[in-house]
Design a protein around this ligand. Structure first.
Ligand code: NAD
Length: 506
């Protein structure tokens, strides 16, 4: 029998164990796949102290930006070289399909880290200009300085990728970092720390504390030595993080929930829109915050669209996520499965029709897994809870509309504003609608295409700030304005405004 691997935390350049440990189990089989050190308040404080002394000592922020970029590239290369192994580890800890993890998640993590390395080389960390019009020796200097210790609180759905979205810009900008993975999915994130360790990132610059959210995460959010918190997760916990961070007025990035409106216009290319709509709500078995979970179909094509959608959904395979033929894996936990099942029941109680529900795997080896098959509920209206609340599972809610104005009104009638999409063969019409949608991202004839070069984040209760794109580095820097008056003009002002001219030194 294979021995279950044990993972330790990473604090101040050392692998650290604890007396207690947590078990990580496969969402597909329920089997324990690893044990992990159980961090607590004490280890969180130690990690913050290590990050603070590394920052104060200048071992990272004083490196030229291109050297920080070299480190980031080296970490990305390490991850890339181990892509197959990391993809399997991701499948093991959170049930992502090997096709998704291999082709998508690990590759994105590597690419995005490289993007941040490139950004470190080109970002305007310093710029200057005249303080007044015309030739002058009075100069204004803007220096974009690192914030200090940055905390990243990472969820379980895309642990490595979402850690990279926090670590990449933080390190590129010269900060030190404490990362906290979700206690269900610490493994790939600890491999990220291993890669940083192996390429020689100085001690204290990156720390990873494994433990429970209300303990480790809450401590990071409130600690006075943490200057910035980047959080991805539920809106409810995110609001708590915001409240905790307010006590010391920290910088904050929040990536919270979504209820993406996916609008199919009556001129859409039907095949593409049908398959695109499945892709939009089923990636990671629907456990992606930017999924298209509210399908708005023009009433003239609704019946045919749903017929094709159901036929295509019936062809999908739910099963062992390590099998390349599998389209959908399990949900993360028994708790998440029960939550999603309650929403499916609620939708029918609210008056929706269960238009489709697929089959869960019958393989006895998967009997302890957390399975919910793809589910399509039609006849929804936007006032139903099923259309307003984030379900986070493979559940699609279908609504109809009569014209573009109504589609936009329904789409925008939501507490969330993370993602939206439009399917149409008329680019001008689709773009016109995209401009009217209250959403951080809008895809036209596509979904899930997050691009490292462009900002990602939400409006309304979907979040605050942006990850990715050049905006990401702004979130991890503080612009300092330095006024340098090399003329004699300051004398005139000083002695003219407050200090009396008579008080001038002889
Ligand atoms: P969560 O918000 O509880 O967890 C996200 C992260 O926050 C984890 O690392 C967790 O340990 C940490 N955390 C938990 N309590 C904390 C606290 N008090 N202070 C600081 N950090 C804390 O999310 P969840 O329970 O894993 O999932 C619940 C719901 O959240 C899902 O059903 C879904 O709606 C949403 N969710 C959204 C995303 C996203 O990408 N936006 C990701 C995961 C979950």
């Amino acid at each position: 029998m294979n021995e279950i691997p044990h993972y330790r935390m990473y604090i101040n350049g050392q692998w650290r164990d604890s007396d207690a440990f947590m078990e990580v189990s496969s969402p597909a089989t329920g089997a324990t796949i690893a044990t992990v050190a159980h961090g607590d308040l004490h280890t969180t404080d130690e990690a913050i102290a290590a990050a603070k002394s590394a920052h104060d000592a200048g071992v990272w922020r004083n490196l030229p930006a291109h050297q920080r970029a070299n480190y980031l590239e080296a970490i990305a290369d390490q991850l890339g070289a181990r892509a197959h192994e990391l993809a399997a580890l991701q499948v093991g800890e959170n049930g992502a399909t090997i096709r998704g993890a291999g082709a998508f998640l690990i590759g994105y993590a590597v690419d995005h880290l490289k993007y941040f390395a490139g950004l470190a080389r080109t970002y305007p960390f310093q710029c200057s200009g005249p303080l007044a019009e015309g030739p002058t020796l009075a100069t204004g200097l803007i220096v974009k300085e690192p914030v200090g210790v940055c905390a990243g609180i990472v969820p379980w759905n895309f642990p490595l990728l979402l850690a990279v979205w926090k670590l990449g810009p933080a390190l590129a900008a010269g900060n030190t970092v404490v990362l906290k993975p979700d206690d269900q999915t610490p493994l790939t994130l600890l491999e990220l720390a291993r890669a940083a360790h192996e390429v020689g990132v100085p001690a204290g610059v990156l720390n990873v504390v494994t433990g429970e959210g209300p303990v480790v995460g809450a401590r990071l959010a409130e600690h006075p030595d943490v200057g910035k918190v980047a959080f991805t997760g539920s809106s409810e916990v995110g609001k708590g993080v915001m409240r905790a961070a307010a006590n010391t007025v920290k910088k904050l990035t929040l990536e919270l929930g979504g209820k993406g409106a996916n609008i199919v216009l009556d001129d859409a290319e039907l095949d593409l829109a049908v398959d695109g709509s499945l892709f939009a709500f089923l990636l990671m078995s629907g456990q992606a915050c930017e999924s298209g979970t509210r399908l708005l179909v023009h009433k003239s094509i609704h019946d045919e669209f749903v017929r094709q959608l159901v036929a295509r959904a019936a062809s999908l395979t739910v099963g062992d996520p390590m099998d390349p033929a599998t389209d959908l894996g399990p949900l993360i936990s028994a708790r998440q499965k029960s939550r999603v099942e309650k929403y499916i029941t609620l939708g029918q109680e609210e008056g929706c029709k269960l238009a489709f529900q697929g089959a869960v795997p019958s393989d006895p080896a998967l009997a302890q897994g957390h399975w919910v098959a793809p589910t399509i509920l039609t006849g929804a209206t936007n006032d139903m809870r099923i259309a307003r609340e984030e379900i986070f599972g493979p559940v699609l809610v279908v609504l109809t509309y009569s014209d573009d104005d109504e589609a936009v009104a329904i789409a925008n009638d939501s507490d969330y504003g993370l993602s939206a999409g439009v399917w149409s063969t008329n680019p001008a019409r689709a773009l016109g609608i995209a401009r009217r949608l209250e959403s951080g991202t809008v895809w036209i004839n596509d979904w899930h295409m997050i691009n490292a070069r462009y900002p990602f984040g939400g409006v309304k209760q979907s979040g605050l700030g942006r990850e990715l794109g050049p905006d990401a580095l702004d979130e991890y820097t503080e612009p300092k304005f330095i006024h340098m008056d090399l003329t004699n003009d300051s004398r005139k002002r000083i002695y003219g405004v407050v200090v009396s001219a008579n008080a001038q030194p002889a």
